[in-house]
Structures are given as structure tokens and as C-alpha cells.
Design a protein around this ligand. Structure first.
Ligand code: 5GP
Ligand code: ZN
Length: 119
């Protein structure tokens, strides 16, 4: 993927980001437009379009993304009060950047799971 992908470019250091944790295969950085007091994006360095593709292609790496998210949650002091981890996927999921990323939200009560009742 590389140069066409925003998050691959962040991994490559071509676009600056506020990195909060890095492991050999994952990167966590603050969202540029935070929606909560803590809003961190956690990605695999390797390009996968979405969480389904990642889980299918490299389940161990999917686990590493979760472990990095949990470590950031601990670093940010979120374990006591709780947090939300979210993978927007595809059009209905509202995904805008097609390099899989977990949104880690915390630092305040996060409200209902969805904006409205869609059922
Ligand atoms: P999505 O809608 O794909 O789940 O979320 C994409 C997220 O990436 C959004 O929350 C957006 O604010 C964030 N984002 C977009 N461009 C950049 C950027 O250049 N740097 C950082 N750190 N976050 C970005
Ligand atoms: Zn990418």
C-alpha cells in the first residue's frame, strides 16, 4: 500500500503523529481530531484494510493490536473507570481511513453505544 495510505505514511514517518506507544508490529498515536479526553488510534504497522481482513490474514497481529490498546489504556489511567475500543468498518461503520485502526476512547463517560436506536 504505502504512499497512498495515510496511516502507512505515519508508520513510515512521512506524516508526523503524536505516538504514545510503539511495538515491533504496532503503533499507537493520538487522533488528530479527538472525540474524547483520550482518543488514541492503534494500528498494525503492516497494511490491512479493516479488522475483518486483519483477523483473517494475521490473527496473532490482531491480538497484538488489542494488547497495545490495553497497554495504552493502562498508561492513560483508563483501567479503573473504563474505556471504549471501536473498529469502524466499511461504509455503514463510517470507516474513513482504510488502514485498520482501533479507536481507544476514555477519560469521561462515553454515552450510549450508538447515537440513536437503529433497531
Ligand atoms: P475512521 O472514521 O476511519 O474510523 O477514523 C479515522 C480517524 O483518523 C478519525 O478519527 C480522524 O480524526 C483520524 N485522522 C485522520 N487523519 C489523521 C491524521 O493525519 N493524523 C491522525 N493522528 N489522525 C487522523
Ligand atoms: Zn496502510
Amino acid at each position: 500500500m504505502g504512499s497512498d495510505c495515510l496511516f502507512c505514511r505515519i508508520v513510515a514517518g512521512e506524516i508526523p503523529a503524536t505516538v504514545v506507544r510503539e511495538t515491533p508490529r504496532t503503533l499507537a498515536f493520538r487522533d488528530i481530531a479527538p472525540k474524547a479526553p483520550v482518543h488514541v488510534l492503534v494500528i498494525p504497522k503492516e497494511h490491512y484494510a479493516d479488522v475483518a481482513t486483519l483477523a483473517e490474514g494475521d490473527p496473532a497481529l490482531a491480538g497484538e493490536v488489542l494488547a497495545t490498546a490495553a497497554a495504552v489504556a493502562e498508561d492513560e489511567g483508563l483501567l479503573g473507570d473504563g474505556f471504549r475500543l471501536m473498529f469502524n468498518t466499511g461504509a455503514y461503520g463510517g470507516q474513513e481511513v482504510f488502514h485498520v485502526h482501533a479507536h481507544l476512547f476514555g477519560g469521561a463517560p462515553l454515552g450510549p453505544m450508538l447515537a440513536g436506536d437503529l433497531a
